[in-house]
Design a protein around this ligand. Structure first.
Ligand SMILES: NC(=O)c1ccc[n+]([C@@H]2O[C@H](COP(=O)([O-])OP(=O)(O)OC[C@H]3O[C@@H](n4cnc5c(N)ncnc54)[C@H](O)[C@@H]3O)[C@@H](O)[C@H]2O)c1
Length: 282
């Protein structure tokens, strides 16, 4: 097993970012995806990401070349067998992730298996593995090369050694880890998304305009962006899905999704990605 070798499963938005941060910090990455086209897009995005760092003089040309040489892409899962850590960033689908963890657990019996899931239970994922003590959550934030936080989620079965290893890996990526128990929404989404949901209630009740709600939080609470604009950036469908997870997971009415949020998602007003959400975008 190669300590410097890390597997990344899924080459979408998050997998690309995670792979980029790993290779710029000296790790060899085996980036796996089921789709060759996703791997091609990921190579392009990572190349652009490194180019940006060079133009900002945060990386030299030689370091850029060395980083790119540390990246391998593959469509055969068994290429991950020699990795010390495997970070899964496949779609947020419980059956798909459980199958992946079953396969990875058999393929790499000594590797730490980390999931970047935003909302699924790590305890349930660990339960499908042969040695569940090596399963852990490693929740990065988008865009991964920019945002410094990693939430480390301890499943009921996760060992102290697994958590310690992931904490040290997080630190070597120049990021800060916070440890959070395996409960719905972890810490950041449980705080952030109900705030967006509450802003939607304010708007629904006619208490203030969308512009004024956002201005209130920017100027009154020093938030860099108002809650409704933030919801539009995250995607209103994603916000609604997180509220559903919180509502179901805790069974507490304080997490009920705002009816206006539901209506907007049904109408296809998903925020920036659809050109219209609480605000309009060109
Ligand atoms: N996008 C975000 O802002 C964000 C933030 C934090 C966490 N997450 C979590 O990260 C994970 C990935 O999200 P994303 O936004 O990068 O998704 P994405 O849709 O951009 O990428 C998913 C990738 O996984 C690939 N894939 C599909 N089936 C696969 C399989 N069986 N094995 C391997 N790869 C497979 C797809 O081809 C695609 O390239 C999800 O669990 C999500 O909840 C997302």
């Amino acid at each position: 097993m190669n300590k410097q070798q890390i597997g990344v499963v899924g080459a979408g938005t998050m997998g690309q970012g995670i792979a980029q941060v790993l290779i710029t910090n000296g790790f060899d990455v085996q980036l796996f995806d089921v789709a060759e086209s996703a791997l091609e897009r990921a190579r392009g995005a990572i190349g652009n990401g490194l180019e940006k760092l060079v133009s900002k003089q945060r990386l030299s040309g030689a370091e850029q070349q060395a980083a790119l040489q540390r990246l391998s892409t593959l469509t055969a899962l068994d290429g991950l067998a020699g990795c010390r850590v495997i970070i899964e960033a496949a779609p947020e689908n419980p059956e798909l992730k459980e199958q992946l963890f079953r396969d990875l657990s058999a393929l790499a019996p000594n590797a730490i298996l980390a999931s970047n899931t935003s909302s699924l239970s790590l305890t349930r994922l660990a339960a499908v593995c042969d040695s569940p003590e090596r399963v852990v959550g490693m929740h990065f934030f988008n865009p991964v090369p920019v945002l410094k936080l990693v939430e480390i989620i301890r499943a009921e079965q996760t060992s102290d050694a697994t958590v310690a290893h992931i904490e040290s890996l997080t630190q070597s990526l120049g990021k800060t880890a916070v440890a959070v128990a395996d409960m719905p929404g972890f810490a950041v989404n449980r705080l952030l998304v109900p705030m967006i949901n509450e802003a939607a209630f304010l708007l629904q009740e006619g208490a203030a305009t969308a512009e004024d709600i956002d201005t209130a939080m920017k100027l009154g609470a020093a938030h860099p962006m108002g809650p409704l604009a933030l919801g539009d950036l995250i995607g209103l469908d994603v916000c609604l899905a997180i509220m559903e997870v919180l509502f179901e997971g805790f069974g507490d009415p304080k997490y009920r999704p705002c009816p206006l949020l539901r209506r907007m998602v049904s109408a296809g007003y998903l925020g920036r990605k659809s050109g219209r959400g609480f605000h309009c975008y060109d």
